[in-house]
Design a protein around this ligand. Structure first.
Ligand code: SAH
Length: 388
């Protein structure tokens, strides 16, 4: 199958973007194969490379290579190995990390997280789904996987014409122990959220160690399985409360706390907005608050409502902080830019009647690269603010 693009539509591919949208295609040559490999050409017949075609999706082609190599198990093996080597070069000691981050690792719609020898796989591309067995084979043969879990319950699958499903693809146990920056976690990849556990915040969690002392009062809001709270405890802090509305997350977080000897952390299964009301009534004040909510908007049209939600969270958190204290605040909404998030923080400070300084800014950890030439790969932004 050959795909010819409209005039000038090769520009984005040439700068390293990884998608071709359906309205950028001029014509097809040969029999079109849904989910199959296509050869790509500019309007002037210049060869651009190969990609995976999906006739159901607005993302009609996901780019694979500008070369002409076969797209087979070996192709995927090499790409996954390259992604692993990049990570091993930076942190050879780490056993649990995102092994490949989809388009940002030139593996269209393929996310693999590694928790020791247990692997979680998410596939968001019909073309890549056709290689699922090969991918499992690679993880078992080349990466020594003991278990592989498919975490394919994301809505994005529906847009690709794929069904949503979760389950063990290989091995018989989805639970594993992971040591991440000297904190022990018991992770049930099948029951955990998204890929099973949020690895994107690994480095941001360790930063809290620099901002707490034994006497700090810390509040970890949207704590999931306890990452920020556990890192605060690791640094010697003893007065920690952590809140999440998921019963599974809180049970896992409590278990993690006990395994690390941090049984003193107070975990609460509650809605953060309700927790705020209670905290205001009891006049609690904190030295460090972490605000790491889920994405408030999956689309552009909901941005105004999301902005309101972020302002409410941030101004309330600021009001609960002592003078000269710290707010670790994050947004993982792709549709909220860094600039917009900073405006949100300014408005929140105004409503809270507080003065703020940015002390640090962060994206995802090193194992979640982004492509600046493909803004769709950007999502997480975080600020450490000094609150006065
Ligand atoms: N900080 C975490 C990741 C947070 S992910 C870490 O370091 O791993 C977002 C979390 O918010 C999820 O665990 C989800 O269960 C929780 N959540 C979503 N809505 C909530 C609400 N209204 N109140 C409390 N928790 C909520």
């Amino acid at each position: 199958m050959k795909i010819f693009l409209k005039k000038n539509e090769e520009r984005r591919i040439n700068i390293g973007h990884q998608w071709i949208f359906s309205n950028e295609i001029e014509r097809f040559e040969g029999e079109t194969s849904d989910g199959g490999v296509a050869e790509l050409f500019s309007s002037r017949n210049a060869y651009l490379g190969k990609g995976l075609y999906n006739k159901h999706s607005l993302i009609a082609v996901r780019f694979l290579t500008s070369g002409d190599e076969e797209i087979d198990r070996e192709f995927f093996r090499k790409r996954i190995k390259t992604a692993e080597q990049r990570r091993m070069k930076i942190h050879p000691e780490r056993k649990s990390f995102r092994l490949c981050n989809s388009e940002s690792d030139f593996l269209p719609g393929l996310i693999i997280d590694k928790f020791n020898d247990v692997f979680s796989v998410q596939i968001f591309s019909k073309g890549t789904e056709a290689f699922k067995d090969d991918i499992c084979g690679i993880l078992a043969d080349d990466f020594g996987a003991k278990a592989i879990i498919e975490k394919n319950d994301n809505e994005l699958r529906t847009l690709e014409g794929l069904e949503k499903k979760e389950g063990l693809l290989y091995g018989d146990n989805s639970v594993t122990e992971a040591d991440i920056d000297s904190v022990k976690y018991t992770i049930d990849v099948l029951k955990g959220q998204k890929s099973g556990f949020y690895l994107d915040q690994s480095f941001n969690r360790t930063k809290i160690r620099e901002y707490v002392s034994e006497n700090s009062r810390v509040l970890d809001l949207f704590c999931n399985e306890g990452g920020f709270a556990l890192n605060a405890a690791f640094a010697g802090c003893r007065d920690i409360t952590a809140v999440d509305s998921s019963e599974h997350s809180i049970a896992a977080a409590k278990n993690n706390a006990v395994s690390n000897g941090f049984g003193f952390i107070n975990f609460e299964c509650a809605d953060v907005f309700e927790y705020f009301d209670r905290a205001f009534q009891s006049k609690e004040k904190y030295n460090v608050i972490v605000l790491d909510p889920p994405s408030f908007t999956k689309s552009k049209k909901n941005v105004p409502a999301a902005v309101k939600g972020y302002i409410e969270l941030n101004y309330k958190a600021m009001r609960l902080l002592h003078k000269n204290s710290y707010l670790f605040t994050y947004s993982c909404s792709h549709h909220i830019s860094e600039k917009q998030f900073e405006e949100i923080l300014v408005k929140s400070a105004e409503q809270a009647g507080r003065k703020i300084q940015i002390i640090d800014f962060a994206n995802c950890s090193y194992d979640h690269p982004v492509l600046p030439q493909m803004p769709e790969t950007k999502y997480l932004k975080g600020y450490i603010l000094n609150i006065n």
